[in-house]
Write a new protein. Structure first.
Lengths: 314, 336, 324
């Protein structure tokens, strides 16, 4: 038998004095165990309820680009990504921060076979697109469902924090997000402008402006820049013909092109083009469409903000 | 010879009403539903006292006028093409879509957008046109268009097969394109929002040619309605008639689809509308079907701007939405 | 063995062979031995074979049969080669209801989607029937009303799609028809309908053959044409609705399978029905197998491939057929 003496000193601290190193060892292990049990079993709320994650996942499969961004800023590399079979769909700043991965198919119909053969211990999926396979995914591995398609800047920040909790990188992500908000705050203070800014995707078939309810639009709004769109319009992507565009008449137009020849080339030939502010000021800028429209995350938000900065004050 | 022999008063009245409806639709779409608060005065002033610096007039002249004219002509083309198809196949369910012209144009356009089948350097209009001709040509050849022993059923079946194939390929592209898909989908539902004077200059020459060929088939169609053997015994060269009909349908539909994308349903409804008003003489039916189609598309264009302003709904969706109640009313009223 | 029995046997054998091939091919290809062992005993590949591929294959076959039989019945009544179950508003109604819930109320549980689709299909068919019954009902009239209402519903769908560009992709996939994500849960709603209605359709096939002789002849031979129309079309609507409810609007099968069967074995419905059913099953199964294996792990919706596969074969038959 081993006796343990407990002394409480003047400061109310409990000092344990033991005579057996074995007991010390046992107590040390036990306390360590209790402490790690506390950080390892995490309860996380997501769009399909609550998930309990028993231990820190190491093999993660993600089914949307915004989640890859969230992992990238935490320096975690997923083993599988639904990348539509095209690695170039991930923007360079994300690709450079993660290692190689296996493709699990398209985002709209990821292959359950491919996912299960990677033997993941966590799956992060889009609660919009992948709702119908939630049960199948849960049969493979614990699954988190978050909004990705149509997510806005602020919504995504919340989601990133939850993912950070799931992968046990809360502190790293927190400090990275602080860096990010400092950058955004600095740029917002710098951009004191009353001009209207608009991002649109264009092809030879037409133009779609991205309102403040879309990702790029919400980033622009976060930087304190005005949008020419009526705030009553709650749509994320708005199809815009030439007549409506003349009415919008933004001071700055950022375009992402799907095709080489676009409707803008046709519109420039019209005499009504002279009515537009961007005709005189030449503030019509072409931007990489993957960064502004396809990716949604902290890294792409920073790319957008820096691109705007380089144009406003070259 | 007076015209009253061919055009009994009641039917003349119907045509007159049709033309009025068409004109009203045309004029309304010139100034209706705009962010710039255009007024009918602006339309009047444009034609009477043209003022170059007036923005409203400029908008009507550069954007609205070509658009409404194009809408009317496309409706005209599709209505006539539908009439010809129904006359050729003697099947009231037939329409230009049967010939896989719209789906051919759509498929090639979709593939081109994905740069899968990027036919080097051809403009989008050219791609759509080539697609339309290819689709139509395939159905024609496969359906035994050139053979002397023709069977309407064979043409229909060939159309079903090729149509199904092309539509599925187009859908596949839409799904793969994912983010780009909604720009394609707008065009694929028929869109008049990008029309300008250059589109008009592409449209009218071929439309005129198609109309000319179509008019030459009227007599043959009247006799064809009695059956192929009867028509042949009455002196109609059935093969030559079929070739002319298919050529007219091909030209009229191809150029319409090239300019504004596939506008569905007009080719199906317009002939039925015309038939309910003007009987079964193709000399009368041809202009009636054309005018019905034109009126339908003009009004659809006007409505398409009013549903979810300021955004536009593709006009092809509206033609079906407003055409169907008419169509159903006609079917129920008729004593077939 | 006469020609008909030969074709029947070949189709059946083809179906079995294709099923086995489909079970073994995929992102992870497995040997036939592993396949048989896993089906019987379970094991390492249990998820892939028993939970993922096997239910998909069974659903493909069932849906193919359902749509094909529905097509035969529809064409038997309406007697217009353009007629298909879509004409009765199935795709339009089911599609509209399903897309509305996918796009407008995305919180709806995905297990409810098949039920919503069935409701849509039946409602549209009922509407068409009602409109036709108003005044001088006839099969030809039915077809016209059907095509009008279907086009109307399709436009409504396109309208909703245009209004919701963000979620459009999921809706498009459902509209094209896909077996992705379909598992055992989807088989139990499908099976009872097929077990009851397919044999019933065989029973109706004989009456359909008689009614093809003309209304008066048929009535004099004891066929109640009005009742036949109601029964046949209701069965067609039910079969097509449940099939569409399970995997979306796979369009081409209901139109193509009857024609293919007719080109192979002639116009008698008693002969067409089994061949069409097998053809439909083969078509959907091949489409799904290819969709998983063309460019793994990328998967195409099966509805795209049913046309890409079916149309060339159909064209080949058309070309070869000398009976014009």
């Amino acid at each position: 038998m081993v006796t343990v003496i407990i002394i409480i000193n003047d400061f109310g601290e409990v000092i344990m004095i033991q005579r057996s190193t074995l007991l010390l060892f046992i107590l040390f292990i036990a306390s360590f165990g209790a402490y790690s049990a506390q950080i390892q079993a995490i309860e996380l709320e997501h769009d399909n309820g609550t998930l309990v994650i028993a231990k820190t996942p190491s093999r993660i499969v993600v089914l949307a680009f915004s989640f890859v961004d969230a992992l990238a800023i935490a320096d975690v590399s997923p083993v599988g990504i639904a990348d539509d079979g095209d690695i170039n769909k991930l923007i360079p700043s994300v690709r450079s921060r993660i290692g190689t991965w296996h493709s699990v198919g398209s985002r709209y119909q990821p292959s359950l076979e491919a996912i299960s053969s990677l033997k993941p211990d966590l799956i992060i999926a889009d609660s919009g697109r992948h709702q119908s396979i939630y049960n199948d995914l849960m049969a493979i591995a614990p699954t988190l469902m978050f909004k990705s398609q149509g997510v806005t800047y602020r919504e995504n920040l919340q989601i990133i924090q939850k993912i950070a909790k799931a992968i046990n990188k809360v502190d790293l992500v927190k400090s990275r997000l602080e860096e990010h908000s400092q950058l955004m705050g600095r740029l917002k203070a710098k951009f004191k402008s009353n001009d209207t800014f608009q991002f649109a995707v264009i092809s030879d078939k037409g133009m779609w402006v991205h309102s403040p309810h879309s990702y790029a639009g919400s980033v622009i709004a976060e930087l304190g820049l005005n949008s020419p769109i009526d705030s009553k319009n709650k749509n994320a992507y708005i199809s815009t013909g030439f007549e409506q565009f003349i009415k919008l008449n933004p001071d700055w137009l950022f375009v992402g092109k799907y095709t080489n020849r676009t409707v803008l080339d046709k519109w420039k030939e019209s005499p009504l083009w002279k009515l537009l502010k961007i005709n005189k000021s030449k503030q019509l800028i072409s931007v990489p469409i993957n960064e502004w429209s396809l990716a949604s995350g902290v890294l792409s938000a920073e790319k957008i903000a820096l691109e705007i900065e380089s144009q406003i004050q070259p | 010879m007076t015209l009253s022999f061919l055009f009994p008063p009641k039917k003349l009245m119907s045509v007159f009403i049709l033309i009025t409806v068409l004109l009203m639709g045309f004029v309304c779409s010139l100034y209706g539903q705009s962010e710039f608060s255009l007024r009918v005065n602006d339309v009047w002033n444009l034609f009477v006292s043209y003022d170059k610096s007036n923005i409203n007039q400029q908008i009507i002249l550069s954007l609205r006028l070509p658009r409404s004219l194009t809408a009317a002509v496309i409706g005209f083309n599709l209505g006539i093409a539908g009439l010809l198809m129904q006359g050729l196949t003697r099947n009231p369910l037939a329409s230009p879509t049967l010939f896989a012209i719209s789906s051919g144009a759509a498929c090639l356009t979709a593939l081109n957008s994905l740069t899968v089948a990027s036919i080097g350097g051809l403009s989008n209009e050219a791609v759509a046109f080539v697609g339309a001709l290819t689709g139509g040509g395939l159905v024609f050849l496969l359906g035994g268009g050139l053979s002397s022993n023709q069977n309407a059923l064979r043409l229909i079946l060939a159309g079903i097969a090729i149509n199904g194939l092309l539509t599925s390929l187009t859908r596949a592209v839409l799904i793969i394109a994912d983010d780009m898909a909604y720009s394609l989908l707008h065009w694929l539902s028929g869109s008049l929002s990008g029309i300008d004077w250059s589109s008009w200059s592409q449209l009218w020459p071929l439309s005129l040619l198609g109309l000319f060929i179509a008019t030459s088939t009227c007599r043959g169609l009247n006799l064809n309605a009695l059956g192929e053997q009867t028509a042949a015994s009455l002196g109609v060269n059935v093969t030559w008639l079929r070739i002319r009909i298919c050529l007219a349908v091909l030209i009229l539909t191809s150029i319409s689809v090239t300019v504004a994308g596939p506008i569905a349903f007009v080719g199906l409804i317009a002939p039925h509308l015309a038939r309910s008003w003007c009987g079964s003489n193709h000399f009368m039916l041809l202009p009636a079907a054309g005018l019905s189609g034109a009126a339908l598309v003009c009004w659809a264009d006007l409505v398409s701007r009013n549903i979810i302003p300021p955004a536009e709904t593709p006009v092809g969706i509206i033609t079906a939405l407003i055409g169907t109640p008419f169509f159903i009313y006609l079917i129920l009223k008729g004593k077939r | 063995m006469n020609r008909y029995n030969k074709i029947l046997a070949i189709s059946f054998v083809l179906l079995i062979i294709l099923s086995v091939i489909s079970l073994s091919l995929g992102v992870k290809s497995l040997t036939l031995e592993t396949v048989f062992n896993t089906v019987i005993n379970g094991g390492d590949e249990d998820f892939i074979i028993n939970q993922y591929r096997l239910p998909r294959i069974i659903i493909s076959i069932l849906v193919g049969i359902g749509l094909a039989v529905s097509g035969v019945l529809t064409q038997g009544i309406i007697r217009n080669p353009l007629a298909s179950p879509d004409l009765m508003g199935i795709s339009g109604g089911a599609g509209l209801f399903a897309c509305s819930s996918l796009l407008i109320w995305p919180e709806v549980h995905s297990a409810l989607l098949p039920l919503i689709a069935i409701l849509g299909g039946f409602s549209a068919a009922f509407l068409i029937w009602l409109l036709n019954h108003f005044n001088h009902p006839s099969p030809a009239r039915l077809a016209l009303v059907g095509i009008a209402v279907s086009a109307f519903l399709t436009s409504c769908i396109n309208f909703i799609l245009v209004l919701h560009p963000v979620e459009m992709n999921s809706a498009m996939i459902w509209l094209t028809g896909s077996l992705w994500g379909r598992n055992w849960d989807y088989i139990w709603p499908l099976l009872p309908w097929l077990i009851i209605l397919v044999p019933f359709s065989f029973y109706l096939a004989w009456s359909l053959d008689l009614s093809a002789l003309g209304e008066e002849t048929a009535t004099s031979l004891g066929v109640n044409t009005e009742r036949l129309q109601v029964l046949a079309l209701s069965s067609a609507v039910a079969l097509a609705s449940v099939s569409v409810a399970v995997c979306g609007t796979i369009g081409f099968v209901g139109l193509l399978a009857p024609h293919l069967a007719r080109l192979l074995v002639g116009p008698r419905h008693k002969l067409i029905l089994p061949i069409a059913a097998l053809t439909g099953a083969l078509l959907v199964l091949s489409a799904d197998t290819l969709s998983r294996n063309l460019a793994p792990p990328l998967e195409m919706p099966a509805g795209v491939l049913t046309a890409v596969l079916g149309a060339p074969y159909f064209i080949f038959l058309l070309y070869r057929y000398k009976g014009w």
